[in-house]
Structures are given as C-alpha cells and as structure tokens.
Design a protein around this ligand. Structure first.
Ligand SMILES: Cc1cc2nc3c(=O)[nH]c(=O)nc-3n(C[C@H](O)[C@H](O)[C@H](O)COP(=O)(O)OP(=O)(O)OC[C@H]3O[C@@H](n4cnc5c(N)ncnc54)[C@H](O)[C@@H]3O)c2cc1C
Length: 408
C-alpha cells in the first residue's frame, strides 16, 4: 500500500528540494514539509564559486525552482528553520521553535559543512569559508580589482575561487600542502595541467606547505606559512574539504560512518528514515562498497531516488558518479570513481587544452575526464559503467571511436 500522512525532509538544499518535488510528481497527496535552516529557498551551490561569485549570475539563476513553485505544489517550505532533534521512537522532528513535527517518512538531506583550519587567527575578519549564498556574498563584496586574496587549499572550491578572483582582477596566491592542485583526485600528471593553467593566469603558487597562522589587527593582514614565508592578504578563502552534517542522525542513533550509512535504496538503519546527497554514505552496486559523493549530480539524482523509495517504490541508486568544474576557459567533466589507479592514459595533447584522460585500474577504465571536449560524455560513461578490459593504446588513438569500445 502506498504510504500516506506526512513526509518531512530536513535540509532544503538540492537533494531535499528534488526529493520534495519528486514526492509530489509521483502523486503523493499527503503533507510534505521541507525544512531548511538557511533563510532563502533551495539553490544550487556550483555557481557560488563561479558565475555568482563573479557577479555574472544572480540568485534566481541559481535557485532550484521559482519562488511560487513550492506553494503551488503544496510543499510546505520552511526556511530559517533548523531541525534540532529526531525522536525516532515517537517519529517526530523537533525544530528550533520548540514545535514537534510528526512524520511517517523522513529524509535527511543535511549536506556538508566546510572544514575549519585549526590554526591561530582562523577567526579573524576577512578569513572566509565558502558553502552558502551569504558566504559567497561576503567574499564577493570583499574582492575588488587589486585585492590581495590568499586561497588556502587547491581542491575544487579553492581552485575555482582562485580563478574567479583572478577574473575579478584580484592578486591571488594559492597555498596547498600537496605538490599540485587537485592531486588527491587527479594525481600529479593531471593536477599539473591545473597548476600550469593557474600559473598562466598569474596566480602565485605555494605548494608543499601549510598555513602556520593568520595574523592581523582588526582583520587578517598576513598568512604565515610553515616554512617561514609570509603572504600579504586582505581576503583569505579556506577550501580544505567538507564534513558531512551527521549530528541529527548521530543523536537519533542511526548508523553513521563518514556520513549517514544508507543501502542502495538510500534507506538508513532506522525504518522510514532515508538520507541523500552530500550527507549520505550510500552502498553503490556498481562498486560493491559504500561511497559518499560530494557532487551536484548526486544531490540532483539521489533526492528523487530517495523520494521514490520513501513512497514504497524501492529505487536502486547506481548512477555513475559525475562532477564538473569550470576554471577560466577550461571546463571539464569527470565520470567514475577512482580512489586508486595504476595507469593514466591521455587521449589528445595535454598542452592544447582539449583532451580526455582515463584513470585505469586492472586494465579497466575506473574514471574518465573530458577537458573542453563536449561530445564524448555518453561514450565515457559507457566505458566506466561497462568495466570491460580496454586496450590503453585504443583509448589513446584519436582514430579509434570511443563509442565502439563500449560494446563487447
Ligand atoms: C562553492 C561550491 C561550488 C561547488 N561546485 C560544484 C561543481 O562545480 N560541481 C559539482 O559536482 N559539485 C559542486 N559543488 C558540490 C555541490 O554543490 C554539493 O554536492 C551539493 O550542494 C550537495 O547538495 P545537498 O542537498 O546534499 O547538500 P547542501 O547543498 O549542503 O544542502 C543541505 C542543506 O541542509 C541544511 N541543513 C543542514 N542541517 C540542517 C538542520 N538540522 N535543519 C535544517 N536544515 C539543515 C543546510 O543549511 C543546507 O542548506 C559545489 C559546492 C560548493 C559549496
């Protein structure tokens, strides 16, 4: 029997919003509540380090849905509302105002928060982290042409902020403990492409070094590095990774292990409670293990998948992981999951900015990335999903049709 009653979603980000609209699109006619602690309706975060930060797109362009959408679909969107406790025994969510909301199904889509840097001066005004619209507004307002910006951490967010800040005319320095940007995900060879890109755009780079402290009077003025170097700074943006927001799930006694543990249907260890998006550490049937993805596409697709499971149509989430990044005039898409690899294969010339990279494990394509090439996505996804052994020399050969390699 299809469930009825009240569906509550905690977290009004992309995963939560997409779940709410799917619940309605599937014909559920009970109550749907979407609770979010931010003061604005759901929006997508990728523009916050790109077009929104540069003032090229406004909030409406980033919003998941128009303002009237939620009321029109009888979705009770409550902004500025934080869920404090989930009472699993009573099937209730306690919110900040003291109200208790009873649920028949509950989705936790609480996302992630940026890690703090545990060094002196990290709380000085002018030292920022970037997750929310208001973070982006603060950073945007602080950057004018010539502003000295220091980006700490050259992961995706740090690298994108560095690019946007340069595009806004700031003087940018990047500090990273690894030896190239994005080394953990892309490795040395491909990370070097991003190093060269930022160097070509005038970013001053400091690799293999950490921050010792931030120093200044009323505001940050200097970034001291562990090797004794001192960088002048008016604005600092720290991008050193995120932590899943599991506090509600933990206090409710759900299984938590680097995120809320869910099965392939996105169901948690407690009946009637599901999790999706950045906070979910989900069993992925393609890999036979749990993976917590911090990608826009996972939030976009896991929200609807969880919604269907909540409605009693158990839906297996087995999409090939996908993310994208834009820095200056270099756009890329990455498909797959390659925590380790034994070989990197290039198709095209890394020097000319248009190429495809394959990360191989045991003769199979674990992940593939297209840089400024926009017609290969389907074939790359097919190669990753098929997990067939592939001859690297065929991947390299521009005369070999990639789509032809997908089929057995
Ligand atoms: C600046 C930036 C740029 C990015 N760029 C890219 C990109 O180019 N490509 C890509 O693939 N991914 C990108 N990402 C990652 C992507 O945005 C995330 O994977 C995605 O936002 C995850 O969505 P989510 O709904 O799971 O979580 P979130 O977007 O974090 O939303 C969760 C929401 O839940 C709310 N919440 C948490 N706890 C509670 C509570 N107790 N009560 C009420 N509300 C609560 C939070 O305030 C938040 O609004 C980027 C992220 C950032 C920050």
């Amino acid at each position: 029997m299809a469930p009825s009653g009240t569906f509550v979603i905690v977290g009004a980000g992309l995963a939560g919003a997409k779940a709410a609209e799917t619940i309605r699109a599937e014909g559920f006619d009970g109550r749907v509540l979407l609770l979010g602690e931010e003061s604005v309706r759901p929006y997508e975060r990728p523009p916050l380090s790109k077009e929104y930060l540069r003032g090229e797109k406004d909030f409406e362009a980033a919003a998941v849905r128009a303002e009237d959408f939620y009321a029109a679909h009888a979705i009770e969107l409550r902004t500025s509302t934080r869920a404090r406790v989930v009472d699993v025994g009573a099937s209730e969510v306690l919110v900040d105002s003291g109200e208790r909301i009873a649920y028949d199904r509950l989705l936790l889509a609480t996302g992630a928060e940026p890690r703090r840097l545990d060094v002196a001066g990290a709380d000085l005004p002018g030292v920022h982290r970037l997750r929310t619209l208001s973070d982006a507004d603060r950073i945007r307002q602080a950057i004018t042409p010539g502003t000295r910006v220091v980006v700490v951490g050259a992961g995706w967010i740090g690298a994108e902020v560095a690019a946007s800040a340069r595009q806004l005319g700031a003087e940018v320095a990047m500090v990273e403990m690894a030896s190239v940007p994005l080394e953990r995900v892309l490795g040395l060879e491909v990370g070097a492409i991003y190093r060269d890109l930022h160097a070509a755009h005038g970013v001053e780079m400091h690799f293999g070094v950490a921050v010792e402290s931030f120093r200044g009077g009323d505001r940050v003025e200097e970034v001291w590095l562990t090797d004794g170097r001192v960088l002048a700074a008016e604005v600092v943006v720290i991008g050193v990774g995120v932590t899943p927001r599991t506090e509600l799930a933990e206090s409710a006694g759900l299984a938590v292990d680097d995120g809320i543990v869910v099965d392939e249907h996105l169901a948690t260890s407690a009946p009637g409670i599901y999790a999706a998006g950045d906070v979910a550490n989900a069993f992925h049937p393609l890999y036979g293990t749990r993976i917590r993805l911090e990608h826009w596409s996972a939030a976009l697709n896991q929200g609807p998948a969880a919604a269907r499971s909540m409605l009693g149509e158990p839906t297996v989430y087995d999409k090939v992981p996908y993310f994208f990044s834009d820095q200056y005039d270099l756009g890329m898409e990455y498909r797959g999951w390659a925590p380790t690899w034994d070989r990197v294969v290039f198709r095209g010339d890394p020097g000319n900015g248009e190429l495809i990279v394959f990360w191989m494990r045991h003769g199979r394509v674990a992940a593939a990335m297209n840089l400024n090439i926009w017609d290969a996505g389907e074939a790359l996804e097919g190669l990753v999903r098929s997990r067939r052994p592939v001859d690297p020399s065929e991947l390299e050969d521009l005369d070999v049709d990639l789509a032809g390699l997908v089929l057995p």
